[in-house]
Structures are given as structure tokens and as C-alpha cells.
Design a binder for this molecule. Structure first.
Ligand code: G6P
Length: 363
């Protein structure tokens, strides 16, 4: 009842609000006072230096975390990283080069496809790891490298705090790897400890998100656009909306819009653009200009100081200036709130969406 939901109307809303604490706790457990050294979790610096590549396997929202993780690992740690849906990885002949680390990312640690992918990686002699939210779950038992997320139990079927905690774990992995290579980014390491405050700020977008939700509630479709590290967040925003409000939504890399989705746009097809202040702001902006020219309503989650963005946005949900690795972690919060608000307005059962299970333990 209301009590176990801590006064919140739904578990999902409670868990959205728990994200500052969940990320702080994940960081505290992984890094603590010890610093960016993952020796206690089975990844000492000399082992990191000996690895040639990483492969991330996951399903659903955890797969979106993997897509962000690829940016962290390749850009910050300089290590080649591939990402697969676990259900695809397991049924092809995936190349797992010698001295690869294969990490299953899973909130529950019990998703059948993810476990099968990890077993396959083990058969191929990879070093197998997990980023998992449940201590002692099967994913951890299969792993030599166990990177815990510490988000606490997640009850809402639509994953929220487990996702942002996975991003924190992936960022810690990349920073530790970078440090092992002798190129520690101390400024970013320090900045990461401020993330819980950034997430707290992001929760304050709820009032402006409510305005967007009011306009979206009767939409039959929505397109989410993002570039770079925000493309996976466009996918995640669209997935959240689909899952709990049953509005058809797609996430797309903004630069690909002209190769298809633009044909769908008209005044009844809202577009949500992720356009914070970062190196790709102007690129995404020019895509949103094309959307406007097709008369589709544009909603922006992004740079509130940008005059042109403010002009073309029907409504703008402001995001603060942040170092790029923190952008996806913070930008997903208003999208979670948006899906939640739309679902509530449409009278949907937020915590128990139809046809979905919290963890899919059979194939
Ligand atoms: C189900 C849930 C999703 C989750 C996915 C993967 O589809 O509804 O929210 O992202 O499984 O779950 P996992 O526990 O492996 O992260």
C-alpha cells in the first residue's frame, strides 16, 4: 500500500525519486574512500591493462545502459567495446577475441537470455563479469568479476533507478580502466561525486514535464531524437513511454531522421529532442529545425539558455551544463517523469503494465 511506497502513488515514482540515493550508494560501494581501483571486485589494474576488449550483453533497459557504456569505455578508457542484445549474442557465433572481458548487465541477475549469453562467453574462455543489482543472483554466481549496483530493490516493472545506477557502474569501470592505463581523469572522478546533487536538481523538472505530458497525453505516436551519448537515452525515453503508457514511440539518432522517420511527421506527431549544451548541440538543433518545418510539435529537453532552441520548442525542459559523461544519467530523469506523467493521465496501471514482467526468467 501507500506506506511501502513511502507516500508515493506508485513504486515507479518512488524509485525515480530514489535515484540520487541509489547512485550515491552505488558509487560509495564501488569506489568509497579507496578510489577508482576495482581490485576488490576482481579487476586489479594489471588485469585491466592485459585486456584487449570489452563486450557488453544485456536486454531491455539494461541494453540501453550498455550502449552508453560503450561511449564511456571507448572514449574514456580507450578500450574497444561491443554491445549486443543477449538474445542475439547467444544465437550467433560471436567473435570473442582472446583476453576479452564479457559483462552481463542486468538489474535482476536472472534474465534468461543474459545468463545464456554469459555462459556462452565463458565457454569461449572470456573473462566473465556482471553489473547486477541483486547480491547472489545467478548473474553474479556466473561471474568472476562482480560489479555491484546498489540501487536497492526495484519493484516497478519499468526500470529507473537500476538504470542510472548501471550507468554509474559503467562510468566507474571506464574511469578505473583509464587510471590503470596511467591517464587518470581526476577532475571527472571528483565531479562524479556531485552527481547525486545533479539528479536532485533533475527531479525538479517535474513541474515543466507535467506541461509536456498534458500535451502528449492524446498522442498516438512520439519520436525521441538524440545524438552521441544521448542517442541511447532517446531509445530509453521511447521505451519508457511504450512500456507504461502504451503510446507508440521510437528513439532515433537525430542524424538518421532524414533517412526514414521524417516521412511520418505532421502536426499530430510530437518529437522530443534531447539537446543539452554539449558538442553536438548545433547538430541536433538543425535536425529539430527540420522537424519544425514539417509542422510537428517539438519538445526539447536541453539547454534552456539557447535562444534558438527556446524559439522552436513548444515547451522546453531545462538541463544544466554538465560534463558529457554525466549528461545521459541526468537527462533520462525528465524522460522517466514524462512517461510516468503521460501514463497517469491516460489512466494506465504504472507499476503493472500489461504483458510485461519485471524479470524474464524464461526464454
Ligand atoms: C524486463 C523488464 C525491463 C528490464 C529487462 C531486463 O523486460 O521489464 O525493465 O530492463 O527485463 O532485465 P534485467 O533484470 O536483466 O536488467
Amino acid at each position: 500500500g501507500q506506506v511501502e511506497r513511502g507516500g508515493y502513488k506508485h513504486f515507479m515514482l518512488k524509485e525515480i525519486h530514489e535515484q540520487p540515493g541509489a547512485c550515491a550508494q552505488t558509487l560509495q560501494v564501488l569506489v568509497g574512500e579507496r578510489g577508482f581501483d576495482l581490485t576488490p571486485w576482481g579487476l586489479p589494474p594489471e588485469l585491466l591493462r592485459s585486456l584487449s576488449s570489452v563486450h557488453l550483453v544485456a536486454c531491455g533497459t539494461s541494453w540501453h545502459a550498455a550502449l552508453v557504456g560503450k561511449f564511456y569505455l571507448e572514449t574514456l578508457a580507450g578500450v574497444p567495446c561491443r554491445v549486443d542484445y543477449a538474445s542475439e549474442f547467444r544465437y550467433r557465433e560471436p567473435l570473442v577475441p582472446p583476453s576479452s572481458l564479457v559483462v552481463g548487465i542486468t538489474q535482476s541477475g536472472e534474465t534468461a537470455d543474459t545468463l545464456a549469453a554469459m555462459r556462452l562467453a565463458k565457454d569461449k574462455q572470456a573473462l566473465v563479469g556482471s553489473i547486477c543489482n541483486v547480491r547472489g543472483a545467478m548473474a553474479e554466481r556466473l561471474s568472476e568479476v562482480k560489479l555491484p549496483t546498489s540501487a536497492g530493490p526495484e519493484i516497478g516493472v519499468a526500470s529507473t533507478k537500476a538504470f542510472t545506477s548501471q550507468l554509474v557502474a559503467l562510468l566507474v569501470l571506464a574511469l578505473a580502466w583509464r587510471r590503470a592505463r596511467g591517464e587518470a581523469d581526476e577532475a571527472l572522478e571528483r565531479r562524479l561525486f556531485h552527481l547525486p546533487y545533479d539528479l536532485q536538481q533533475a527531479l525538479h523538472t517535474d513541474s515543466s514535464v507535467e506541461g509536456v505530458a498534458g500535451e502528449l497525453q492524446h498522442a498516438r505516436n512520439a519520436l525521441y531524437l538524440g545524438r552521441g551519448v544521448l542517442y541511447p537515452i532517446a531509445l530509453e525515453g521511447a521505451l519508457k513511454l511504450k512500456e507504461i503508457s502504451y503510446v507508440h514511440a521510437e528513439g532515433y539518432p537525430a542524424g538518421e531522421m532524414k533517412h526514414g522517420p521524417i516521412a511520418l511527421l505532421d502536426e499530430d506527431f510530437p518529437v522530443i529532442g534531447l539537446c543539452p549544451a554539449f558538442e553536438l548541440t548545433e547538430k541536433t538543433l538543425s535536425n529539430l529545425e527540420e522537424v519544425r518545418a514539417r509542422k510537428a510539435p517539438v519538445y526539447v529537453v536541453g539547454d534552456g539558455e539557447h535562444p534558438r532552441l527556446r524559439e522552436i520548442a513548444q515547451r522546453l525542459v531545462p538541463l544544466p551544463r554538465l560534463p558529457w559523461p554525466l549528461l545521459p544519467i541526468v537527462a533520462v530523469v525528465p524522460l522517466q517523469l514524462l512517461a510516468y506523467r503521460v501514463a497517469v493521465l491516460r489512466g494506465c496501471d504504472v507499476d503493472q503494465p500489461r504483458n510485461l514482467a519485471k524479470s524474464v526468467t524464461v526464454e
